[in-house]
Design a protein. Structure first.
Length: 169
């Protein structure tokens, strides 16, 4: 206990050490004369929409973020798949409704109804996956907006499948 009290007294009573030098405050830098400066061009071309904006657009409506980024083919693929999954989901719901109306309570009828419910769930999962994949793709596309490379695939001279990136300087 005495050691703790002694340490507290020493900490409070300690004066700054002789070797300590308190640095003087640096004067603030003057702003250069605007007529004397050269404008430096931006090193990065900004995308037409922020990465988060593209992501939220594509999460709401797949293909919208891609369209804003000028990736119309990719956006069209997401819109097409959205249409397929929605159409198949509506079709499966109508078939389930029909099966429930003609249900006679037998085991084969119950199996068909359960299978149709599973099919609706499968299409719903694909629909949600399309939204998430479209959002992720739009986010990455906005981040790589000014990437100069072009990805190419083909067959190598050895007969193997090859993928390469072409960079232009």
């Amino acid at each position: 206990m005495r050691a703790l009290i002694a340490a507290a007294v020493l900490a409070v009573a300690a004066a700054p050490a002789q070797a300590q030098v308190i640095p003087e405050r640096q004067p603030t830098q003057q702003q250069p004369d605007p007529s004397d400066t050269v404008q430096v061009p931006k090193f990065r071309a900004e995308p037409p929409v922020s990465p988060a904006g593209a992501m939220w657009r594509s999460l709401l409506l797949p293909g919208w973020g891609q369209s804003k980024l000028g990736r119309r083919v990719t956006g069209a693929v997401f819109v097409f798949w959205e249409g397929v999954t929605l159409t198949m989901m509506v079709k499966s719901i109508n078939q389930l409704d029909y099966l429930q109306r003609i249900d006679d309570g037998s085991e084969p009828s119950r199996d068909k109804i359960d299978g149709k419910k599973q099919e609706i769930e499968d299409w719903a999962v694909l629909l949600i996956f399309n939204h998430l994949l479209s959002a992720a793709e739009a986010y990455v596309s906005a981040l790589l907006w000014d990437f100069p490379g072009e990805l190419k695939g083909g067959i190598a001279p050895s007969g193997d499948v090859a993928v390469g990136v072409t960079l232009e300087f």
